[in-house]
Design a protein around this ligand. Structure first.
Ligand code: AMP
Ligand code: GLY
Length: 423
């Protein structure tokens, strides 16, 4: 079968790596892909948000499955676009329609969804420019720190944690006056949780679901979780503090009510649901949904899945997930992200990368890279995700970290402590 994968990050490299191992995969296209995805298929210069161009390509190449990596095309309605057009309506799209993607596309919607279906989440209230005065008064009596979230997609930058009331009030005014553009026209003010974060994922066909391996992402740029937030500096799977009892509680109090809630609300959801969780004491709480897989979580999660990923996707599209038995490796995966110097602030691109061929016990999933005249060059902030799958978590962490040190480009940086805090 011919498959089109949309996206260009480390997540998509991991998807492409895994799908290309399937006997069912004849031709794999990645749009637009990156400097490494050409090893698993063919890169195509298409913008994932240009639905008309995607349609033309899908028809010309007899594509039989479309897998959407990032959230933006889903929130923009790529799945709805396919369904509405007779010529491509029968081609399965992995990723929810707009009505499901809104779980990520609107934090206000997702908070109301959680409240409506009794899903444990920190208390919150939403405000617009019309209700600014009420919002300022609400903050006056709010516990500290307090969390402010832009309702819409803000490229991972729309969450602010404010330590003082004055700071929170100032930020609320700025957000409602356009600090994050239209994404901040509605702001969710949320209670601050103290606990430890992890990510849980399901793949659902709308009726049934499979729970994928959980993962932990490391968001801060600096060692020991210091400094600015990034898209993610590394990940591990499994997560030692997420024992069987805890994960059962996640399923009972968060996953099942979410799947049932979608059904009750008449939302037919096909694709991944990413549950952004906190472990507070020994209880799970959810802080966000995403309508896609995580990055760099995918790079640690997929190597632990032993099933054929294309088969899993076809079972999802054909609502046959209840017949699927997920096979999860008992091994541990660790991912160390190599980033450009300066990231997540200003950074340079176009640095020649060497040493990828020297990795001993890891795979390098390309993220922000480009191939220029046969040379792999950096082309983004997060450049390469180095993943190692080993018998023990310690070995996986050591191998991924040691292999990340074998890659070189001018200004390169990576955290040497990913996952070691969990040992
Ligand atoms: P997000 O962009 O929604 O992933 O949020 C960014 C980060 O903000 C999360 O990874 C958390 O570390 C933090 N965060 C979000 N909501 C809360 C909350 N209610 N309490 C504490 N930290 C939070
Ligand atoms: N790693 C967090 C995310 O993908 O949103």
């Amino acid at each position: 079968m011919n498959i089109l994968l949309l996206g260009s990050g480390g997540r998509e490299s991991a998807f492409a790596w895994k799908m290309s191992q399937s006997e069912q995969c004849s031709k794999l296209f990645i749009a637009p892909g990156n400097g490494g995805t050409g090893a698993y298929g063919k890169n195509v210069n298409l913008n994932p948000n240009d639905f008309e161009a995607i349609k033309k390509f899908v028809l010309a190449e007899n594509i039989e499955l479309v897998v959407v990596g990032p959230e933006e095309p889903l929130v923009n309605g790529i799945h709805d676009f396919f369904i509405a057009d007779e010529a491509i309506a029968k081609i399965p799209v992995i990723g929810p329609k707009k009505e499901g993607a809104i779980l990520e596309g609107s934090k206000d919607f997702s908070k109301e969804f959680m409240a409506r279906h009794g899903i444990p989440t920190p208390g919150s209230k939403s405000f617009t420019i019309e209700t600014l005065a009420e919002g300022l008064a609400y903050l006056q009596h709010h516990s500290l720190p307090v969390v402010l979230k832009a309702d819409g997609l803000a490229a991972g930058k729309g969450v602010l944690i404010c330590e003082t009331t004055a700071d929170a009030q100032e930020e609320l005014k700025l957000m409602l006056s356009g600090k994050f553009g239209n994404a901040g026209a509605l702001v969710v003010i949320e209670e601050y949780l103290t606990g430890i974060e992890l990510s849980v994922f399901v793949l659902t066909d709308g009726d049934n679901y499979v729970i994928l391996p959980e993962a932990k992402d490391y968001k801060k740029i600096g060692q020991a979780d210091t400094g600015l937030n990034t898209g993610g500096m590394g990940s591990v799977s499994p997560v030692p503090f997420a024992d069987e009892k805890f994960l059962k509680e996640v399923e009972d109090t968060i996953i099942i009510p979410t799947i049932n809630g979608l059904k009750k609300d008449g939302i037919d959801y096909t694709g991944f649901i990413f549950f952004g969780l906190f472990k507070v004491g020994d209880k799970p709480m959810i802080i966000e949904y995403n309508c896609r897989m995580g990055d760099p979580e995918t790079e640690s999660v997929l190597p632990r899945i032993e099933n054929d990923l294309v088969e899993l996707f076809m079972a999802t599209a054909q609502k046959r997930l209840k017949d699927v038995q997920l096979k999860i490796s008992a091994k541990s995966a660790a991912t160390v992200m190599i980033v450009a110097g300066g990231y997540p602030g200003d950074y340079e691109k176009g640095k020649a990368i060497t040493g990828i061929e020297n990795l001993r016990k890891s795979v390098a999933f390309h993220a922000g890279t480009a191939l220029e005249g046969g040379v792999v060059k950096s082309n983004g902030g997060r450049v390469l995700a180095v993943t190692s799958l080993q018998d023990t978590q310690f070995e996986a962490l050591q191998s991924a970290t040691a292999d990340a040190a074998r890659i070189y480009f001018d200004g390169k940086y990576f955290r040497e402590d990913i996952g070691f805090d969990l040992m």
